[in-house]
Design a protein around this ligand. Structure first.
Ligand code: GCW
Length: 724
């Protein structure tokens, strides 16, 4: 048989394949690159920057220096179309000099005060060397130079002038940590971006390139720690097999200044140590933890420490042995102390003891102030209940002056629309951080508790529950990346403006075109208030569907425990709505400093945004607007839906400014958000109307369906939820 026809067909296929490859967009945007896109800048801008990037003077001998150099080459190469050549000496205008006085004689010759920068700080300054203008990115330690490099690249990405730079940055907070609620089976609790990115099965041998990109992204925003596993922890993570895997991840992250931490199960000495007890005062238990710490540090010399959820939602803890949280935390702290590790002990505790849930963490922890070891931080959720769309700040902030308190924010949107709703959390984080505890008079902000300045702590921290998974775009949607981003930036400096951060993120993630940047930043800034309005306006909270937390269920009373039922929180009845936490109610208000307590106790002084958090209010109560509470409630719900409609409208004008892939997904997700906002509004209005018995105020559309319909909806497979 003659082979010619076959060869011919094969050739044709090859040619077709080549044509297909050539015609496909070189770079389909899928969000994987996050805010580190480094795409070629506009011609004029790139030309200006190229004159500031004529030579690169750095050293690449340590692992951190090597990744710093790689990032610079990648960033400059992408943004400017060419990376500058490396050289040893400044011989022309436009050199970029990166490093530490110890690593570079050129930098040593600049005589900058790097000691005061500490371990992680940096300076970016326009300097003159040998009569030539140069940009120096200088730090005391390598990691500072890496942070400075990311900052410098950000200036280019956001098209800022780099002619006369004089930047000094030192992080305000020491431990800037992501908390992954990742289970070892790959499922992520409250995760809406696919499975866990940790491929435990293939570790420690296969170190997926994604781990390096994860480390790059985190380092670019100053995150320096990661807790790899869920706070609802299994004991297996502490077995030798898993510790090898953890060590492999620690190796990947180390050059980027990121330490690993683990969530530990308090009863691990029983489950994997085969002891009879996990009593923290038992010498054998103490020994077990000490040995375990020694074993970990042999594998991971810079291991960060333990995160613990104890005696909370069914987790074991010291109270199982009639010991206190301090006994438990201190026992672990003693095991870690010789190695420099810390314990991050969570204050998220409550039980069905009949006490207002909002009061319980304070009641439990405040008396323990002063009883914790120096290497213990208490990790406190931002609000007294649980990451609701809006809560007042937790009364623990400011109430434990002798103990370092860490902030815990939830980046993943468990209560704010999962993956699809566009809700930028910057304003939420900022609202909490700028809240005034008043404990030492005016200006005693939560930010000052967290950065240690209020009570003179040097061990400080901020944790964010990660929204990262195996989705190509990491976070389940493009806009959710902004929540990871803003968390890192605020952990570095809690006084930054969430608007500025949003703007930088938009420029890096999408485009610098002002016709896009301005409306999109405005849309982001309003998005959290919109969600509060269509979900839980005026201080309502915890009225979502039970367990899975998807959608509205203010009527729900099905949970076994009263404090898990939405009706417990909204208390809507014929007279009114809201939780009375005043002095004549649960008296949660008196957990705040007197000036704040007096404000929250007085219905006329409580901000209306928190009205129903602190007060049970009659439906006909007159609001600041002169309208009744019932009217305002319906108006807020309606406003929330209208805001989402406007967001869609705004986005529809953005078509063409960015790639079609991301444009289209955002547009579709906004449509989902509108549908679900309408559902929230209608279901809540239908239920509250069934309680108030009042007609809908004129001008407002009635719910699209009956209350019965909303109550009949069930959801079997909801992401992020498995029975725990
Ligand atoms: O918000 C609740 C979540 C749980 C979570 C818990 C916690 C990890 O619904 O899924 O468990 O908080 O923070 O411990």
């Amino acid at each position: 048989m003659h082979p010619a026809p076959r060869v011919h067909a094969w050739m044709t296929m090859l040619v077709l394949a080549v044509i297909c490859v050539c015609m496909a967009p070189l770079h389909a945007e899928d969000g994987y690159e996050l805010w580190l896109r480094y795409h070629l800048l506009a011609t004029q801008q790139a030309a200006i920057y190229r004159s500031h990037a004529t030579q690169l003077i750095e050293s690449a001998s340590t692992p951190t220096q090597t990744v710093t150099r790689a990032e610079l080459l990648r960033g400059l190469g992408g943004l400017l179309g060419q990376a500058p050549p490396s050289s040893d000496a400044v011989t022309s205008n436009g050199a970029i000099i990166v490093g530490t006085p110890g690593s570079s004689p050129v930098i040593a010759g600049l005589h900058l005060d790097t000691k005061s920068l500490g371990h992680e700080g940096y300076i970016i300054r326009t300097v003159e060397v040998n009569g030539h203008a140069a940009t120096a990115i200088v730090a005391h330690d390598d990691i500072g130079a890496l942070y400075g490099t990311f900052h410098f690249l950000r200036l280019l990405q956001t098209e800022q002038s780099i002619d006369h730079l004089d930047v000094t940055q030192i992080p305000h907070v020491k431990l800037r940590v992501l908390n992954h609620w990742d289970n070892l089976n790959g499922q992520v609790e409250r995760g809406y971006a696919g499975a866990s990115i940790w491929d435990w099965w293939k570790l420690p041998d296969w170190r997926a390139p994604r781990y390096t990109d994860y480390a790059r992204a985190n380092a670019s925003i100053g995150i320096n720690g990661t807790v790899l596993n869920n706070v609802n922890a299994g004991a297996q993570i502490l077995t030798p097999t898993y510790l090898q895997k953890v060590a492999a991840l620690a190796d990947v992250f180390r050059p980027y200044g990121i330490r690993v931490y683990l969530s530990v199960r308090f009863s691990a000495p029983i489950e994997i140590g085969h002891l009879k007890t996990a009593d923290p005062l038992d010498p054998q238990v103490q020994r077990w933890w000490r040995d375990k710490a020694d074993e970990i540090y042999k594998l991971i010399p810079d291991f960060g420490g333990f995160l613990v959820k104890a005696n909370s939602e069914g987790q074991p803890g010291p109270q199982d042995y009639h010991r206190t949280h301090a006994d438990g935390a201190n026992m672990l702290a003693d095991a870690l102390a010789p190695h420099g590790g810390v314990v991050m002990w969570r204050a998220f505790v409550y039980s069905a003891n009949g006490e207002d849930r909002a009061k319980q963490a304070y009641d439990e922890f405040k008396p323990l102030d002063g009883h914790f070891r120096d290497n213990v931080l208490i990790q406190v959720k931002n609000g007294p209940i649980d990451f609701q769309p809006r809560e007042p700040f937790s009364p623990l902030f400011g109430a434990m002056p002798k103990t370092p308190l860490m902030m815990e924010f939830e980046i993943t949107k468990e209560y704010l629309g999962f993956a699809t709703h566009l809700v930028y959390l910057g304003p939420l984080f900022q609202e909490v951080l700028s809240s005034d505890t008043m404990v030492h008079g005016k200006g005693s902000t939560v930010a000052k508790v967290i950065d240690g300045s209020l009570d003179h702590h040097t061990l400080t921290g901020m944790a964010g529950v990660a929204n990262i998974g195996t989705d190509r775009n990491w976070s389940g949607s493009d806009f959710n990346q902004a929540n990871w981003y803003v968390f890192g930036r605020l952990a570095w400096d809690p006084t930054l403006s969430s608007r500025t951060i949003a703007e930088q993120w938009v420029r890096m993630t999408f485009t610098n075109n002002p016709a896009f940047v301005k409306p999109v930043v405005d849309m982001m800034m309003g998005s959290r208030e919109a969600a509060v309005d269509y979900m839980t306006p005026l201080g309502l909270h915890h009225i979502m569907g039970p367990n899975h937390h998807y959608g509205p269920a203010p009527w729900d009373a099905s949970e076994a425990r009263a404090d898990w039922r939405p009706v417990y929180y909204n208390r809507a009845d014929h007279q009114g709505i809201g939780f009375d936490r005043t002095r004549t109610g649960s008296d949660a208000v008196d957990q705040y400093a007197p000036a704040v307590a007096d404000e929250f106790n007085d219905i006329t002084k409580t901000p209306e945004t928190l009205l129903l958090w602190f007060h049970h209010v009659p439906w006909d109560y007159r609001m600041h607007s002169g309208q009744t509470l019932w009217y305002e409630l319906v108006a807020h719900y309606t406003q929330g839906v209208d805001d989402v409609k406007r967001m869609r409208e705004t986005w529809s004008h953005m078509n063409g400014y960015i790639d079609p892939e991301r444009y289209q997904q955002v547009a579709t997700f906004l449509a989902i958000q509108q549908k679900e906002a309408q559902w929230w509004r209608d279901a809540c209005i239908a239920y509250f109307q069934s309680q108030s018995g009042l007609p809908l105020p004129p001008g407002f559309a009635p719910p699209q369906h009956s209350l019965k319909y909303y109550q009949s909806l069930t959801f079997d497979f909801v992401p992020g939820y498995s029975s725990w």
